[in-house]
Design a protein. Structure first.
Length: 303
C-alpha cells in the first residue's frame, strides 16, 4: 500500500497497515510539506503490484492538507487498486466527491468538522469494495463491516448496541449541516481559515505548513522564540477561555494549533486573534493586535 507520510497520524496509519500484515510504501516528506502528486506517481511507477493507496487527507499534527485527491484515480485505475481515504478531521469541512474522484472507502470522525460528540466514525464504501469485503470477511467479531451490512439489510439494526444518545446528537449535527448547505459550510471554513492565517500572521506569528500544503480546518503556527508552550496555552485558556492544541512528538513545544471546523464563525475568528494577541502582550511580546484584527475583518467580509 502506498501512503504519503508527513506527520503523526499518517505515520500511525502506515504502522497500522504493517501491523495488519500489509507492506506500507511510505512517500515521506518533512512535517509541514505534503508529498507532491509527482512523488506519489513515482511510487506507483515503481510498484506495479500495489494493492491500494491510503492517505490521511488532513494531517492535523502539522496543519497540512492534500490538495490533489481528484488526481489519484488516474493512478489507482492502472491496476484497479483501491483508494482509501482517512478524512477524520476534515470531512464535512472541505469538498469531497467520492464517486467522481474514484474513492473506494472514506471515513471520518463525527467529533471534528461535523461538530458532534465523539464516539461515531462514519464510513462510506462503494459497491465494489463492499463485494470484496463480503467475499473476504475478516476474522474479527467487532470491526467487521460485512456483519453490519447483513444486519442492516435484515432488520435495519446494528450488530451491537450503539450509543443511542450519540446517534441522536449525530442526527442533529447532520440536520444543522444540511440546513446550512454543504457549499456554504465549506466556503465558511475556507473564509474563516483565510482570516485566521492572515490575522495571526499580521500579529507576528508564522504558519508551520508551507503555503501550498496548508489545511483549511487546522491552522498550525510556529511559536515565537522563547515562548513557552504550556504557559502560553494555559494563560490563553484561563484568562480568555480560548483553547488551542499543542504540538505532537518532535513538534511538542514548537507549534500550537487552532481548529477552524464545525460551527466556527466570524465571532470565533476575531475572538481567537484578539485573545492570542493579548496573551502574547501579557507575556512580554510586542504584537500589532489592531493589524491582525483589521486584516481578519477584511477577509471575513466574504461571509
Amino acid at each position: 500500500m502506498i501512503i504519503p507520510v508527513n506527520g503523526e497520524f499518517s505515520s500511525r496509519l502506515a504502522q497500522q497497515i504493517e501491523w495488519a500484515g500489509g507492506q506500507a510504501i511510505r512517500v515521506e516528506t518533512e512535517p509541514g510539506v505534503n508529498a507532491t502528486f509527482d512523488q506519489v506517481k513515482e511510487a506507483f511507477d515503481n510498484n506495479k503490484d500495489v494493492k491500494a493507496f491510503y492517505c490521511v487527507w488532513n494531517e492535523t499534527s502539522t496543519g497540512t492538507m492534500i490538495n490533489y485527491l481528484d488526481k489519484i484515480k488516474n493512478l489507482t485505475s492502472r491496476n484497479d487498486s483501491y483508494y482509501v481515504l482517512d478524512g477524520v478531521s476534515i470531512v464535512g469541512g472541505e469538498e469531497l466527491h467520492m464517486d467522481k474522484w474514484g474513492i473506494d472507502i472514506a471515513m471520518t470522525g463525527a467529533q471534528k468538522a461535523f461538530a458532534c460528540p465523539p464516539g461515531i466514525s462514519p464510513i462510506c464504501i462503494n459497491q465494489r469494495t463492499r463485494k470484496y469485503m463480503e467475499d473476504n470477511p475478516p476474522n474479527t467479531m467487532y470491526f467487521n463491516l460485512p456483519r453490519y451490512f447483513k444486519y442492516y439489510e435484515e432488520a435495519k439494526h446494528t450488530p451491537f448496541t450503539p450509543a443511542l444518545p450519540i446517534l441522536y446528537a449525530y442526527r442533529e449535527a447532520m440536520r444543522i449541516m444540511l440546513e446550512e448547505g454543504m457549499e456554504k459550510r465549506i466556503q465558511r471554513h475556507r473564509i474563516c481559515s483565510n482570516a485566521l492565517y492572515s490575522g495571526l500572521s499580521a500579529i507576528g506569528l508564522t504558519p508551520f505548513a508551507k503555503e501550498d500544503s496548508r489545511s483549511t480546518v487546522v491552522i498550525a503556527l510556529n511559536y515565537l522564540e522563547g515562548l513557552e508552550d504550556k504557559t502560553f496555552r494555559n494563560t490563553l485558556a484561563e484568562k480568555f477561555r480560548v483553547l488551542v492544541a499543542g504540538g505532537f512528538g518532535n513538534l511538542k513545544g514548537k507549534v500550537f494549533r487552532v481548529g477552524c471546523m464545525g460551527e466556527v464563525q466570524r465571532y470565533h475568528v476575531m475572538r481567537t486573534i484578539s485573545s492570542i494577541a493579548s496573551t502574547l502582550d501579557m507575556m512580554g511580546y510586542t504584537v500589532d493586535a489592531k493589524a491582525g484584527l483589521s486584516i481578519a475583518e477584511e477577509k471575513l467580509k466574504a461571509l
